[in-house]
Design a protein around this ligand. Sequence first.
Ligand SMILES: NC(=O)c1ccc[n+]([C@@H]2O[C@H](COP(=O)([O-])OP(=O)(O)OC[C@H]3O[C@@H](n4cnc5c(N)ncnc54)[C@H](OP(=O)(O)O)[C@@H]3O)[C@@H](O)[C@H]2O)c1
Length: 201
Amino acid sequence: MKIGILGAGSVGRALAGLIRAACHEPLISERTPSGDTVSFEDAATAGEIVIIAVPYNASEVLLPSLANALAGKIVVDATNPLNDDWTPKVLGAETSAAEEIAKLLPGSQVVKAFNTVFADIMAPEKLTRLGVPVTGFVASDHDGARRQVADLAKAMGLAPVETGPLATARYLEAMAHLNIAIAVGQSGGTDAAFLYHQAAG
Ligand SMILES: NC(=O)c1ccc[n+]([C@@H]2O[C@H](COP(=O)([O-])OP(=O)(O)OC[C@H]3O[C@@H](n4cnc5c(N)ncnc54)[C@H](OP(=O)(O)O)[C@@H]3O)[C@@H](O)[C@H]2O)c1
């Protein structure tokens, strides 16, 4: 499956590696394509699933121009809403980055995923810790899309946990803010991850 990736930074390239390892074909895109990257429009058009891996503030500007190309597709929001100085842009009380992105893409099935995983550990050798895969939380209002992205996350080496509707992205984005607060504010570093354990019910 062709998977478009909007953004060629740390997350875009690391996710591309995991997608290749899962035997899918990533299409990395950026505003000035060069070498192994294509344009945002080409990635949005050719990708069967498209992942947003640009800063949230940039996605607000970029996505309206791609809404037609992304209509009818699963769009995975991997962003975290941050200010320019990396402080959290807290949206969680009444909305989330994912819900705002869904408003910009009314024809797409928006799924929140990958935002609680540091780019630095999006590599096969880093994704298994204490003998278990890192958790990949997945939220969406579209059950089939959520399930499909959970399956993709599993193929990429994560342990998917479906968290329910897209509004649960409010909690996932807060978890990412916590992740950053520990890694940066407390000097814990980014070689760290969430492992969610649920006893079989
Ligand atoms: N880093 C992490 O550990 C991590 C983990 C989970 C989620 N996230 C989220 O994933 C997203 C990407 O993070 P990252 O760490 O990969 O960032 P990054 O390394 O800074 O890469 C950002 C990418 O977005 C592009 N971009 C930036 N501003 C843009 C704009 N105004 N218009 C179009 N393209 C723009 C950059 O292109 P140029 O080179 O042209 O500027 C680059 O390709 C963010 O939303 C972040 O919050 C990050």
